[in-house]
Design a protein around this ligand. Sequence first.
Ligand code: DGY
Length: 321
Amino acid sequence: MAATVFVTRPLPDPGVEVLRAAGLEVRTNAEDRPLTADELRAGVAEADALLCMLSDRVDEALVDVAPRLRVVANFAVGYDNIDVAAVRARGVEVTTTPGVLTDATADLAWALLLAAARNIGPGERLVRSGEWPGWSPTQLLGQPMRGRRLGIFGMGAIGRAVARRARGFDMEVVYHNRRALPPEVEAELGATYVSTDELLRTSDFVSLNAPLNDESRHVLDRAAFDRMKPTAVLVNTGRGALIDEAVLVDVLRERRIAAAGLDVYEFEPRVTEGLSTLDNVVLAPHLGSADVEARAAMVELCSRNIIEVLAGRPPVTPAPG
Ligand code: DGY
């Protein structure tokens, strides 16, 4: 009997063809919506492999209903939706998609940085409203990039790709990470290691690129926002819960920082009340990896991970830890 893969959402091209071509039986949630916990349990119960999304919670309770399960392939580089230790303790491998979405996510971070700094949101709303009176010397003046300091919190592959793009804007780059990068990597990126405190106090632009874990949850809380410059622009393409979103609403409303650009939300897909009525925040619907090349590569990498593990070989990109 062919091994079975359960896929929790319809996939972009090349879809499930890679899995089928490897002789696997594929069952897919045909509806483009997250499964309920019950539906996920029912879907995985008879499966040998699970290809899941960042919105699917995978923990020991789920694995316990799936006695045949051998691999969970997360369609994301972040894996805070999976209790990796508990799943691995039951002999099930966990994989993610590093590398293939680095540039897509760094591009999106820059799209938000520029949009927030240059008032693209309010400007677009003004033009669409039909009320635009025409060009004005005082209209929607934003923050320049050149010569300003970009602080990157989380200097993994995506943080580094964000740093590389800053060169083209003649910015100074500082970063904070669990560990400082080797000096030759810092030199290549033109980035200087600083404490979180210094990063927040001195940066004109702050980009969050860290994974979500117990250490990084609410790294931007009230005390952290109090340290930031009133002209600072904040961008989050990591995970929503890096920020205490209720505090962010107050901070933006009171203009204690200038603006923000968000791709991810603390209670995704719910957006904290008050956020969507503010003019100084750009809101994207978790588009970090959403370019055609990145998404196709994610499909291929998830598929390869599943094929390798089901063939008794090590996965290509196991989740860290
Ligand atoms: C990831 O892969 O973790 C991204 O957030 C998906 O867009």
